[in-house]
Write a protein that binds this ligand. Structure first.
Ligand code: NAD
Length: 483
């Protein structure tokens, strides 16, 4: 059985307690690896290693920091086949998705922030008629914590550590205990990429133990977190009064707003993807599809027809488009929501339960059918709570105003998609929807320079581009006479 280790101060090591957590392959339900069950002592060692490395790393020329990131990106490319297989095995996602999205994007994240730090500049204010100039010195913060979820494991892990390291911070990172493997693989290549010992540390373990110890450590001055809204709230409570910088990327209940004047074929095809990609386990997935009355039946039937053709398969099969849900617990949560919807009077248009195992190897895997529900009002829990699985609901609207009201009838505000060929309506609706991201006639198109994040209970702060570098630096205003 594969045994993962923490990376602390340049050394791969077990947890101080010697305790382990089992790691399960979602497609088979079998334990295939174990990870250190780290606690406060391990976090303490990692934070001290990071603190020791900070003066050296933060004063390393930015070109050299960028070169380390690029070398790590190149190592991801070299090992991409192993990473693709590992991500699929650990998460249940199809290898085709890990190949097309997760692993190339992880490499891109490192390269992108290597480039970003080379172009990062700060402000100078030279007031006319004044004998003083003011410049903003953006300094690395020190030791920072990066905590990532299981749905896009290496993708989101690198999305955090890359800007943190580029800006000159030393990092203690905690990947999800549910999908720890690719972060562990990456930690094996850190020295080869040229990072000095202690600049980058990885701690494995449970959120409530290792994660919490990292969040409450007084020397960790900033926490970049992606995960559930409840965990985000807990991190906010834990750090109350500690004055840490927090970046919180949380859950969503994203609307897809389909107007009658949309390009039907494109809207249906993309809504299938935005609903069911990664088994619906992307924070940006559409989960509430709002359809204008005059197109409702046509759109619904076309969507259901396509969804019925998706068969969850063995994630290791290169032809599989939908894999397994990440854990038995998560599968049960998703199935519980479907049952509750039916209990509340929802009509199941397709799916509605566990999917049959695609083969003998996967007979104990966690497969759920793509499920489309209709007939429930906006107030019902199925339309309010994040399900985070291959389950969407359809709702009908009669006017633009009603569409916007339905879209905004949520505590969440992460992403929205808007389908219409009317350009001014598209811009108007995008402006009125309460979300951090709005996609018009497309979905999941990302430019890494743009701000990424949510409003309302979907988060605080923005990642991406210079926003991330600003988060991972502390601005100091310096004032100096001109003569
Ligand atoms: P989670 O909140 O359970 O866990 C996320 C990470 O936080 C894990 O590493 C976990 O170990 C750690 N953690 C848990 N409790 C902690 C605590 N008390 N203190 C510190 N760390 C703790 O989330 P998850 O189930 O892994 O991921 C799914 C959630 O993530 C969904 O809600 C999804 O919408 C959200 N998500 C959001 C974004 C975004 O960009 N907004 C992206 C991906 C996923």
């Amino acid at each position: 059985m594969m045994e993962l280790q923490n990376l602390i101060g340049g050394e791969m090591m077990n947890s101080e307690s010697g305790n382990w957590l089992e790691n399960v392959e979602p497609a088979t339900g079998k334990i295939f690896s174990r990870i250190p069950r780290s606690g406060a002592a391990d976090v303490e060692a990692a934070v001290q290693a990071a603190r020791k490395a900070f003066p050296g790393w933060s004063s390393t020329p930015f070109e050299e920091r960028a070169a380390c990131l690029r070398r790590l990106g190149a190592l991801i490319a070299t090992h991409s086949e192993a990473l693709i297989a590992a991500e699929s095995q650990d998460n249940g996602k199809p290898v085709s998705l890990a190949r097309a999205v997760d692993i190339p994007r992880a490499q891109k994240n490192l390269e992108f922030f290597a480039g970003a730090i080379e172009h990062f500049a700060s402000e100078v204010h030279i007031p006319g008629g004044s004998e003083f100039i003011h410049y903003t010195h953006r300094k690395p913060i020190g030791v920072v914590g990066c905590i990532s979820p299981w749905n896009l494991p290496l993708y989101l892990f690198t999305w955090k550590i890359a800007p943190a390291l580029a800006a000159g911070n030393c990092v203690v990172a905690k990947p999800s205990e549910v999908t720890p493997v690719t972060a562990w693989m990456l930690s094996e290549w850190i020295a080869e990429a040229g990072f000095p010992s202690g600049a980058f540390n990885v701690i494995h373990g449970l959120g409530g133990e290792a994660g919490r110890a990292l969040v409450e450590h007084p020397l960790v001055k900033a926490i970049s977190f992606t995960g559930g809204t409840q965990t985000g709230a807990e991190i906010t409570r834990t750090t109350a009064g500690m004055f840490k910088k927090l970046s919180l990327e949380l859950g969503g209940k994203n609307p897809a707003i389909v107007f009658a004047d949309c390009d039907l074929e494109k809207a249906v095809a993309t809504t299938i993807r935005s609903s069911f990609a990664n088994q619906g386990q992307i924070c940006l997935c559409s989960s509430r599809v709002l359809i204008e009355d005059s197109l409702y039946e046509t759109f619904r039937d076309a969507l259901v027809n396509k969804a019925k053709r998706i068969r969850p398969g063995d994630p290791s099969d290169p032809t599989t488009k939908m894999g397994a849900l990440v854990s038995a617990e998560h599968r049960d949560k998703v199935l519980g929501y479907i049952k509750s919807a039916v209990g509340q009077g929802a009509t199941v248009l397709c799916g509605g339960g566990a999917a049959p195992a695609p083969n003998d190897r996967c007979k104990s895997g966690y497969f759920v059918q793509p499920t489309i529900l209709e007939g429930l009002g906006p107030e019902c829990n199925i339309n309010q709570e994040e399900i985070f699985g291959p389950v969407i609901t359809l709702q009908r609207f009669f006017s633009e105003t009603e569409a916007i009201a339905l879209a905004n009838d949520s505590v969440y505000g992460l992403a929205a998609t808007i389908w219409t060929e009317n350009l001014s309506k598209a811009h108007r609706v995008a402006g009125l929807v309460e979300s951090g991201i709005a996609w018009i006639n497309c979905w999941l198109v990302r430019d890494l320079r743009t701000p990424f994040g949510g409003v309302k209970s979907s988060g605080v702060g923005r990642e991406g581009g210079f926003e991330a570098l600003r988060f991972f630096t502390e601005p100091q205003s310096v004032c100096v006479p001109t003569n």
